[in-house]
Design a protein around this ligand. Structure first.
Ligand code: TNX
Length: 548
């Protein structure tokens, strides 16, 4: 297995200097040819056989409906413009995103045009008539003359653009100039998600990942239309987010990680950079402050948070369940309120995750008492609580979301929560945990819930997984990546690819579209794109990779 390169590229660093200078040009008419930016590179010669064989349905997650057309393909050419809706800043951001994605490989200007769409343009439009596709859906029509993506919101346009990226030859993902032709198969795709909540989780506490590494993962999940990134910001081994008034949380509590490395933390400015970058990629950050257990880093930073007033040493092992905030102390709630208020203020998204898992050193009575104080704080600071399923026993209010991480298909507390009206987020550990080994010999990963093959990660239906929890109670799915064994971007990728795209498909595609034999074939079709992007994926023998 190759795991040598540590890469932290972000798309902003992918633009060649000459193109980075060529700014968006608004044209009154559709003629773009004369306005193409002058780059030092000549227009690529579009010669050679068309080896690109992708079909309109070679997309992950599988779209709702695909109607291929035998007609001639659309072709991005040097004069192709991107037509964006006038007066909608968000939709124009999507146009710029597409432009920046495709400039390095094609070396085309792909100028943004807000006048009349020209022949051969990519047309992004906001269209009220597509209401039934919801906020996230889109309709894509491709023929020789035009490629159009229509949606009711910029979110739908962004999702359509992700589909377009997958339909282009993989070399379009390259960050260096490549030769076309840049063809897209003709036909129509109408697409919308099954679930609103399609999430990935990154544990930045067990091993710390810096801002560029988190951005790189955001790039990767966004391609599969994942729209939430849950950041596990605190645990026994590290506290990773700056909190004013409690500086030792980060200076001391953030100073190490599993195995004794240096750890690290995000300043508020860095966290804001992650939040903003996520938003540009249609991803909402869900911060998690895990409590009352998983708190050794905080307890080690402030002696007064401990019932006995003594600070334990920092911890760099991988045991769980030994730490607890002191439920009876007033300072505990002053601390938690400070943290929740500041994290809420830094987070534009609706959800704030308060953990609540594996509180083995807290009695059930204390646990409920703690949660009955803390749950209202989350709401007081304007957020919707999210927590691991143990917190269902504290009966959070109806609006709260409960995240199931068990390995069985029945859990009475979760079923009761669903009955009371709580939305359920599914991340069953034996299916969705991408930190588990693929097989007993996998070098990385834990195995308490696995090993978990790609097929096992894919082959289940979130709508009927949990007994007595109806499809209508399921908010969506999440692929958590705990990082006890994972230390850098290559290792993140090795564990997440190809299982994260599997969970993404379960979150997006309708149950009729979920089909392992189709999925494994489509996964194989992604390999070339992953190679272009430098993504170090696991070559599961269940997938017919090209060249195998
Ligand atoms: C269980 S999932 C945990 C984490 C570990 C993970 C490792 C959950 C709510 N708690 O503390 O990191 O297993 O797979």
């Amino acid at each position: 297995m190759k795991r040598t390169r540590e890469s932290t590229r972000s798309p902003h660093s992918r633009l060649p200097a000459a193109l980075a200078l060529a700014t968006t040009v608004t044209l009154a008419c559709g003629t773009l040819a004369s306005a193409a930016p002058q780059t030092s590179a000549p227009h690529p010669e579009e010669h050679g056989a068309d080896k690109h064989t992708s079909a309109l349905s070679d997309v992950i997650p599988a779209p709702t409906s695909v109607e291929p057309d035998r007609g001639a393909k659309f072709r991005i050419k040097w004069h192709t413009g991107i037509h964006a809706p006038r007066g909608n800043a968000e939709a124009n951001r999507v146009a710029r995103y597409l432009q920046q994605r495709l400039r390095p490989s094609t070396r085309y200007g792909l100028l943004i045009n807000r006048g009349t769409p020209g022949r051969g343009d990519i047309v992004l439009s906001l269209d009220g008539s597509e209401q039934r596709l919801g906020e996230a859906g889109y309709r894509m029509n491709v023929d020789k003359k035009r490629l159009s993506i229509r949606a009711t919101s910029s979110e739908g346009l962004f999702n359509g653009v992700q589909t377009l990226r997958q339909l282009l030859p993989a070399k379009a993902e390259s960050d260096s100039p490549r030769h076309g032709p840049w063809k897209v198969p003709a036909g129509e795709i109408v697409d919308k998600p099954r679930f609103e909540h399609r999430s990935a989780m990154l544990d930045v506490a067990r091993h710390f990942f810096d801002v560029d590494q988190v951005k790189r993962y955001i790039d990767q999940i966004a391609q599969y239309k994942i729209n939430y990134l849950h950041l596990h910001l605190t645990d026994d081994q590290g506290w990773r987010i700056q909190i004013d008034g409690w500086p030792r949380l980060t200076s001391h509590g953030g100073s190490t990680e599993v195995g004794g490395g240096d750890g690290g933390y995000y300043t508020k400015r860095e966290y804001a950079e992650i939040v903003d970058y996520a938003a540009e990629n249609n991803v909402t950050i869900v911060p998690e402050i895990d409590m009352p257990g998983h708190t050794n880093a905080a307890l080690s930073s402030y002696a007064e948070l401990n019932c006995d007033g003594k600070a334990p040493p920092l911890y760099t092992g991988i045991e769980v369940g030994f730490s607890s905030l002191c439920v009876d102390k007033e300072v505990t709630y002053r601390f938690v309120d400070d943290v929740i208020r500041q994290v809420a203020a830094m987070t534009p998204g609706q959800y704030l995750h308060i953990g609540g898992d594996e509180a083995h050193s807290t009695t059930d009575e204390d646990y409920r008492k703690f949660m009955s104080e803390v749950l209202p704080m989350v709401e007081k600071h304007g957020k919707t609580p999210l927590g691991w399923h143990e917190y269902a026993q504290a009966e959070p209010s109806k609006s709260a979301m409960v995240q199931y991480w068990g390995t069985t298909r029945s859990n009475s507390e979760v079923a009761e929560a669903a009955d009371r009206g709580n939305d359920i987020l599914l991340s069953p550990a034996n299916k969705a945990y991408v930190d588990q080994k693929y097989n007993p010999d996998t070098e990385l990963g834990l195995d308490w819930a696995g090993p978990t093959t790609v097929r096992q990660a894919y082959d289940w239906n979130p709508g009927d997984f949990l007994e007595s929890v109806p499809d209508s109670a399921i908010a969506g799915v999440e692929a958590p990546l705990f990082s006890e064994t994972v230390t850098n971007s290559d290792e993140i990728e090795f564990m997440a690819f190809p299982r994260m795209p599997a969970i993404a498909e379960l979150g997006w595609s309708s149950p009729e579209e979920l089909d392992w034999s189709s999925f494994r074939r489509r996964l194989a079709g992604q390999a070339a794109s992953w190679q272009e992007q430098g993504i170090d994926f696991y070559r599961s023998e269940q997938v017919p990779w090209p060249g195998n």
